[in-house]
Design a protein around this ligand. Structure first.
Ligand code: SF4
Ligand code: ZN
Ligand code: ZN
Length: 355
């Protein structure tokens, strides 16, 4: 192994700004930026994420990951591709407005056309009014699971509507490694097979391919990249519902390992890639799944059932809301009966007094 001096950039010899311990690599800001850009370009080439001339829709939240992706795509790929951004408002008061503002401002600055779609308009529900319902019935699942399903529904639906060939998300190395480990812990083999730089295994005209240019980029480096390149993004408080996500536990565990044994996350990713290569995908099963897909009766998205997962969830929430409302009404009525009984009693007393 070449002995490197952590204090100086391994390319130019100037003072180093960052240490990437898995390498190890030591870079100044300028050479770190170059290294970072090249790795994203290599990821795009290696996994053939885009074909020349394809229209790209970037799912933009205003956070660091999607901001970096949009920045790099407009910097290197806007000549060969038509790039637009999709911003989704999940309806989280006091949190989402700020990140949406930053996302919109970046689009304006970089000359990217953007579309803003809200849960409220699309489904008549927001994350804020979803949470109290889920709290009443834990069997319905967590806010993040709901939020993810509804977001995927919007992303795919609008990607088709806007004529996009690829849908880009800001998922990074840490996200995918966490997902892999979570799938192992949950014994979810089918979900595990669908992971990768290109999400999903089903080829169907109803699905727009989701791709991840930051698939090989560690989260910590995205934070540093934003700082060195002055990329304005939302980095204040997290979504108030994020504490409900099981993923947080996995993030913490994997960060501990990465800090103690640099390179752990890359090892897990390579292991997964090797595993995926060895896996013989059951083509007949996949074909059968593809053939069984038809349009959801409610929203038109591909589904094997009558209604897609998002529409099913919305229905569940609506009926749960009605149940809660009825329960509240019953309690109110009960209270009214008791109060009027009391009132009648006191009336009787008063009447008796008057006699
Ligand atoms: S933390 Fe959960 S609820 Fe909040 S935006 Fe993310 S997925 Fe949605
Ligand atoms: Zn340098
Ligand atoms: Zn549907």
């Amino acid at each position: 192994m070449v002995n490197k001096n952590p204090k100086v950039c391994e390319i130019c010899g100037k003072k180093s700004a960052i240490a990437l311990l898995y390498g190890p690599h030591y870079y100044c800001e300028k050479h770190f930026t170059k290294f970072f850009d090249n790795r994203v370009k290599k990821t795009i080439r290696k996994y053939e994420l885009f074909k020349r001339g394809e229209k790209i829709l970037v799912a933009l939240s205003g956070g660091k990951d999607s901001t970096v992706v949009l920045y790099l795509l407009q910097k290197y790929y806007s000549k060969a591709h038509d790039i637009e951004a999709l911003i989704i408002d999940e309806g989280v008061k006091g949190y989402r407005e700020k990140s949406i503002n930053l996302a919109v401002n970046n689009c304006k600055k970089w000359g990217i056309k953007h579309h803003l779609i809200s849960f409220e308009k699309e489904f008549g529900i927001t994350n804020d009014n979803l949470m109290p319902v889920l709290e009443q019935n834990s069997k319905l699942g967590g806010t993040c699971a709901f939020c993810g399903t509804l977001r995927r529904n919007i992303m795919n639906k609008y990607a088709k509507k806007f004529g996009a060939d690829k849908l880009v998300t800001g998922h990074n190395l840490d996200d995918d490694v966490q997902s892999f480990v979570m799938n192992v812990f949950n014994n979810d083999f089918d979900r595990m097979k669908r992971m990768g730089a290109t999400a999903g295994i089903i080829e169907h005209r109803g699905f727009v391919k989701r791709v991840k240019p930051l698939y090989q980029t560690p989260e910590k480096e995205i934070i540093a990249y934003c700082a060195y390149n002055n990329l304005k993004h939302y980095n204040k408080e997290c979504c108030p519902y994020s504490w409900t996500a099981k993923r947080n536990e996995f993030r913490e565990m994997l960060n501990t390992f990465e800090n103690r044994f640099p390179g752990t996350q890359y090892s897990i990713l390579r292991f997964y890639e090797q595993l995926k290569k060895e896996l013989k995908l059951d083509k007949t099963k996949t074909k059968k799944m593809e053939n069984s897909l038809h349009e959801c009766k409610q929203c038109g998205e591909p589904t094997e059932k009558e209604f897609c997962k998002a529409c099913e969830l919305i229905e569940k929430i609506k009926s749960e809301k009605i149940k809660i409302k009825n329960k509240k009404l019953k309690t109110k009525k009960k209270k009214q009966i008791t109060t009027s009984k009391k009132y009648n009693k006191s009336l009787t007393c008063a009447t008796t007094k008057g006699k």
